[in-house]
Design a protein around this ligand. Structure first.
Ligand SMILES: NC(=O)c1ccc[n+]([C@@H]2O[C@H](COP(=O)([O-])OP(=O)(O)OC[C@H]3O[C@@H](n4cnc5c(N)ncnc54)[C@H](OP(=O)(O)O)[C@@H]3O)[C@@H](O)[C@H]2O)c1
Length: 285
């Protein structure tokens, strides 16, 4: 997988409402910019975005083996497509099989490069889930197994029954918990790849004291490194020795190119700490 992954969460009805033709153009632009991995989930767009993406991909001339598709399962969310009494998580073998088969059908493919369990559930039966995931991998419907938003302990339990290759977690300069709670250390120790969702954190989303402090600092740093603010945020994540793979959510093509280029920025040790200190609002102890 390439270091920067493109998230599709807001391509469809949860955001830009792209048609299949528009998505096809986006896929072609993204691949031309060097992206190969696209992040999906069954639930995106209220269970509709995978279908539009699948239709879109067929409109492109790109071969399936040139790209990797991640999808997720487990969240059952009441919406137009699904009448449910309550939002919940379902990791029964039947639901995992149903969800994978549906993602394959929607994406018009016969395999997923990676399946992630979207969120941990207190009712997840690790042994049953582990053997279901093994079956899916043995059948070739999924190439690899991972989780999302799992703690090290939750991963360890599942690892008794199946190899876990990735954990996709929220991680950014403004959400630095995984740097401090042992998650990134555990991933490195176990050779589990880390993907970071919302890698830009709340920097553009919130007008908080934290983002104002960071924006003031970034004025100088953008000058020094001749880069943009989003590039600084990605470069900060990429410097971590866990080899974090950011999953970016921008829907704008010019930002995709910038994101790729951010992997080339080498922040100095002291600038990395200056960014962290400014994000936290205090010095390291
Ligand atoms: N596993 C999970 O539980 C989970 C949860 C959430 C998300 N995800 C995945 O992670 C992906 C990314 O999440 P995210 O969208 O929160 O990531 P993000 O890359 O941190 O944020 C993207 C947002 O920032 C905006 N943005 C980017 N650069 C900007 C700039 N220079 N100025 C102003 N705004 C800017 C984008 O707007 P524009 O579109 O206008 O560029 C977009 O609204 C999702 O697509 C999904 O695949 C996974």
């Amino acid at each position: 997988m390439k270091r920067i992954i493109l998230g599709t969460m807001t391509w469809g009805s949860w955001g830009k409402q792209k048609s299949a033709a528009q998505m096809a153009k986006s896929i072609e632009t993204a691949v031309a910019a060097g992206f190969t991995t696209f992040d999906h989930a069954d639930i995106y767009g209220g269970y509709t975005t995978e279908e539009t993406f699948g239709e879109a991909f067929e409109l492109t001339q790109i071969a399936r083996d040139q790209v990797q598709w991640i999808s997720k399962c487990g969240i059952q969310y009441p919406c137009e497509a699904r009448e449910l009494p309550v939002k919940h998580y379902d990791y029964s073998p039947e639901h995992i099989h149903f969800s994978v088969d549906r993602s394959l059908q929607m994406l018009r493919t016969d395999y997923l490069d990676l399946l992630l369990l979207h969120r941990p559930s207190p009712l997840l039966d690790a042994e049953a889930v582990g053997s279901t995931l093994q079956e899916l991998r043995n059948s070739g419907k999924i190439k690899a197994v991972g989780v999302s938003n799992f703690t090290p302990q939750q991963i360890q339990l599942l690892q008794k029954y199946v190899d876990i290759e990735w954990n996709q977690i929220e991680c950014s300069l403004t959400h630095d918990t995984p740097l401090l709670d042992g998650s990134l250390d555990f991933h490195q120790h176990q050779n589990i790849g880390t993907m970071a969702w919302s890698p830009l954190g709340s920097y553009f989303r919130e007008d908080s004291e934290q983002s104002q402090r960071l924006k003031t600092l970034f004025k100088d740093l953008c000058q020094s490194y001749q880069c943009t603010e989003d590039q600084l945020l990605l470069a900060w994540l990429c410097k971590h020795p866990a080899q974090i793979y950011p999953v970016i959510g921008s829907t704008q093509a010019q930002r995709w190119q910038q994101a790729q280029e951010a992997t080339q920025i080498e922040l100095s040790l002291t600038d990395w700490f200056l960014m962290w200190e400014t994000g936290m609002g205090h010095k390291v102890p």
